[in-house]
Design a protein around this ligand. Structure first.
Ligand SMILES: [Zn+2]
Length: 272
């Protein structure tokens, strides 16, 4: 283990940026009516040399606009948002200037992850090449709302590929983002193609985007109903992603997914 003085990751913070409400009965077989709020999680990582890095950006108030596409989205996926939930507002409250966010890792391009991108006109945007290629091919376009992306989105992209073996994360090849072993990007298919997860070795922490809706649901992957299965890019890959998370948890790595319970995420990050 590195000593505190040598640590590159000073802090990982979490911001719940709006939520959607769903009934687990609609998601898993043999479930009674159970209403759950799924928060859109945003993570802020403070790197000693690289400054602030955001992982995802949560929802945007734009989704409350009245057009048929957003109406359908909200009908299938009722959302609760107010301006105080937006990532720009929460950063300001914390005394962080959004100009200080040099990099944003975009796990994937679903609306609850890209909603806040327009708040950060100067940040470099990190996306996997797989995710980008799939976006260009307009696969999964049903859940990608182009208008939420900044106009110069493509100009600011840093595309990630060329994953390598790394003994710090022996489970799957990874990309050493800043070439200092502080943040490893790991690509996990299933929910979308080329979803970017993040392993922070110093914190023994794996941030796993939408590999599942909540780590407590991992044992229920096989009980997923037809429609929620269909929403995934590839359910066979989705199951492999679930298996990866189970293995990491078994090996005592702290695993967080974007829509995990707030209390759970806060308590994991407090331990670090
Ligand atoms: Zn998603």
């Amino acid at each position: 283990m590195l000593s505190t003085a040598e640590k590159l990751i000073e802090k990982v913070d979490y911001f719940p940026c709006g939520y959607c409400t769903n009934d687990l009965k609609r998601v898993f077989k043999d479930f009674d009516k159970t209403i759950v709020n799924f928060y859109a999680g945003v993570f802020l990582i403070k790197h000693k040399k690289m400054g602030y890095i955001l992982y995802d950006t949560g929802y945007s108030m734009d989704l409350l606009k009245n057009n048929i596409k957003y109406f359908l989205y909200r009908f299938a996926n009722p959302i609760t948002l107010k301006k105080e939930d937006m990532i720009d507002y929460q950063l300001k409250e914390k005394g962080i200037d959004k100009k200080e966010i040099k990099y944003i890792i975009i796990s994937h391009l679903h609306p609850d992850h890209i909603g806040g991108l327009k708040f950060f006109p100067n940040s470099n945007l990190i996306l996997t090449k797989t995710c980008y290629n799939n976006y260009k091919l307009k696969r999964d376009s049903l859940l990608i709302f182009n208008e939420l992306l900044p106009d110069d989105f493509e100009n600011r992209l840093i595309l990630i590929d060329d994953y390598k073996e790394n003994s710090l994360f022996p489970y799957k090849n990874s990309y050493d983002l800043f070439s200092d072993l502080s943040m490893l990007i790991v690509e996990v298919d299933g929910h979308t193609k080329g979803q970017a997860c993040l392993f922070i070795p110093e914190k023994n922490l794996f941030i796993a985007a939408d590999i599942c809706w909540g780590t407590q649901f991992l044992p229920l992957t096989d009980k997923m109903k037809w429609l929620p299965k269909k929403i995934q890019n590839n359910f066979e890959d989705y199951k492999k992603g679930s298996d990866l998370l189970k293995k990491l948890i078994e090996d005592n790595i702290s695993v967080i997914v974007s829509h995990d319970k707030k209390e759970k995420i806060f308590s994991i990050l407090k331990k670090e």
